[in-house]
Write a protein that binds this ligand. Structure first.
Ligand SMILES: [Fe+2]
Length: 217
């Protein structure tokens, strides 16, 4: 229970940013998750509520829309938990990428929605051309490239479109909002080197909340 230093476990779960707009989206996600078993149909049904959050102002505090100099992803890319389900089944986070910076190529391993709140991002989506048998290697080919601005979003339905990298192409930092069906920053996922084919286990971490010492999800 108290394996996170002075702070209690439950302080880092639930609504880390508690605003009506965030509560509304999480409630709608929980409602639709109970009602719609098919993940693709569920994600489709969630789109209006997600679009509404992206279109709203005043719910994201400035510190969760600022770069993080201590980033484990590099490039001062900041990842901030806004909501985390205690059972690891859902999270909402902001990702802040300074101008000209980019994420590594990475996967997510969960369904979800990702949308732009501020700035513009180029997204490059990759598909694997190997058989996936070797956990340490992947051959990647570019499947899709797109540029997204405020209010635009896309769905993740792994394994389709689950491997990507994003780069900020606006003069200001981009802020994207991620609703994903895991505790994304705390699970072991993967980063990819497209040139060498190397696959490396990767846990990005949140800037504002610790990960459990032992992953339970
Ligand atoms: Fe991503």
């Amino acid at each position: 229970m108290c394996d996170m230093g002075h702070a209690h476990h439950h302080d880092h779960f639930g609504f880390l940013v508690d605003t009506p707009a965030i509560r509304q989206l999480i409630a709608e996600t929980q409602r639709l998750s109970g009602e719609i078993a098919d993940v693709a149909a569920r994600v489709d049904a969630l789109k209006p509520a997600f679009a509404e959050l992206l279109a709203s102002d005043g719910w994201l505090p400035d510190q969760f829309a600022s770069p993080d100099a201590t980033s484990r992803m590099g490039g001062a890319v900041g990842q901030y938990a806004l909501y985390r389900a205690e059972d690891g089944s859902l999270c909402l986070f902001s990702l802040v990428i300074p101008p000209g910076e980019e994420t590594p190529i990475h996967d997510h391993l969960a369904w979800g929605l990702i949308g732009i709140y501020r700035g513009r991002q180029d997204e490059t989506v990759y598909r694997r051309t190997d058989d996936g048998r070797d956990p340490a290697r992947a051959d990647l080919a570019i499947a899709k490239q797109q540029t997204l601005g405020p209010g635009e979003f896309y769905a993740l339905l792994p394994p389709a479109d689950d491997i990507h990298m994003v780069r900020t192409v606006s003069a200001e930092a981009s802020v994207s909002i991620h609703l994903l069906a895991n505790d994304t920053a705390c699970i072991w996922r993967h980063r990819f080197d497209a040139a060498s084919g190397a696959v490396t286990p990767f846990r990005s971490g949140y800037a504002n909340a610790p990960c459990p010492e032992v992953e339970t999800a």
